[in-house]
Design a protein around this ligand. Structure first.
Ligand SMILES: O=C(CO)[C@H](O)[C@H](O)COP(=O)(O)O
Length: 226
C-alpha cells in the first residue's frame, strides 16, 4: 500500500529565505519538498533551476521532488541530478519519446515521474510508461502558477490510475487544501503537493498531519477492498 507523502510546494515560500523555509517545512512534518522548475517556455513563468537546487541541498536532508515544467526534459537531467534532485518529474506533453526520458533519468540515479496537464487524457501515461516510472503526477491546475482553483474534474484520472496500479505513487498538485484533500485522498492520490494550503496556513503542521491521516485512511480502505 503506497504511504502518504506530503510535499509542500516551495513555489509558495519566501524565496529570499529558501533554506529557512525548507527547514520550517520538515520541522512541520513534510516528507518531501516539491521544487517547481519552470523555463519560461513550457509554462509562462520562470522560477528556479539546478543552481538553486544545489544551493538548497546542504540546508536540508529532505527528499527533493523536482517538477520539471520545461520544454526539453532531457536537457536538465544531469544538472538536476548533480544538484541533488531525487525525483525528476517531466511532462508527457513535452516529449515524443517518454521512455527515453525515463531511462535517462534512471541512468542519472534519480527516480522518474511523469506529469499530465488537466486536459491530457490519463491514457497518455498508462501501459509501458506507468510500468517504468516511479510516480505519476496528475495536475489539478494548469501548471505555471500557485494559488489557483483545484480542478475536481481531474479526479477520475486519479481513480483510473489507482485501480490499474495499486502500488504506484500517484501525486496531485494544484489547489490542495483542507477543502480539497478529501476528493484527492478518496480518489487514490498518496503524494500531496500543496503550496498556498501549507505555507499560508496558521498551523502548517496540522495541515500536513491531516493530509497524511486522510491519505493513509483512504489507502487502507482501498487495500482492504482489493
Ligand atoms: O506546480 C505548481 C504550479 O505549476 C505548484 O506546485 C502548485 O500550483 C502549488 O501551488 P498551490 O498549492 O498554491 O496551488
Amino acid at each position: 500500500m503506497p504511504e502518504a507523502k506530503i510535499s509542500p510546494s516551495m513555489l509558495s515560500c519566501d524565496f529570499a529565505n529558501l533554506g529557512v523555509e525548507a527547514k520550517r517545512m520538515t520541522k512541520n512534518g513534510a516528507d518531501w519538498l516539491h521544487l517547481d522548475v519552470m523555463d519560461g517556455h513550457f509554462v509562462p513563468n520562470i522560477t528556479l533551476g539546478a543552481p538553486i537546487i544545489a544551493a538548497l541541498r546542504p540546508h536540508t536532508e529532505a527528499y527533493f521532488d523536482c517538477h520539471m515544467m520545461v520544454s526539453n526534459p532531457l536537457q536538465w537531467i544531469d544538472d538536476v541530478a548533480k544538484a541533488g534532485g531525487q525525483m525528476y518529474t517531466f511532462h508527457i506533453e513535452a516529449t515524443e519519446d517518454p521512455l527515453a526520458v525515463i531511462r535517462a533519468i534512471h541512468a542519472a540515479g534519480m527516480q522518474a515521474g511523469v506529469a499530465v496537464k488537466p486536459k491530457t487524457p490519463v491514457e497518455a501515461v498508462m501501459g509501458q510508461i506507468a510500468e517504468e516510472v516511479d510516480m505519476i503526477l496528475i495536475m489539478t491546475v494548469e501548471p505555471g502558477f500557485g494559488g489557483q482553483r483545484f480542478m475536481a474534474e481531474c479526479m477520475p484520472k486519479v481513480e483510473a490510475l489507482r485501480r490499474a496500479y495499486p502500488g504506484l505513487d500517484i501525486e496531485v498538485d494544484g489547489g490542495l487544501s483542507m477543502e480539497t484533500i478529501d476528493a484527492s485522498a478518496d480518489a487514490g492520490a498518496n503524494v500531496i503537493v500543496a503550496g498556498t494550503g501549507i505555507f499560508k496556513a496558521e498551523k502548517p503542521s496540522e495541515v500536513i498531519s491531516t493530509f497524511r491521516e486522510k491519505v493513509n485512511t483512504a489507502q487502507a480502505r482501498f487495500a482492504a477492498s482489493q
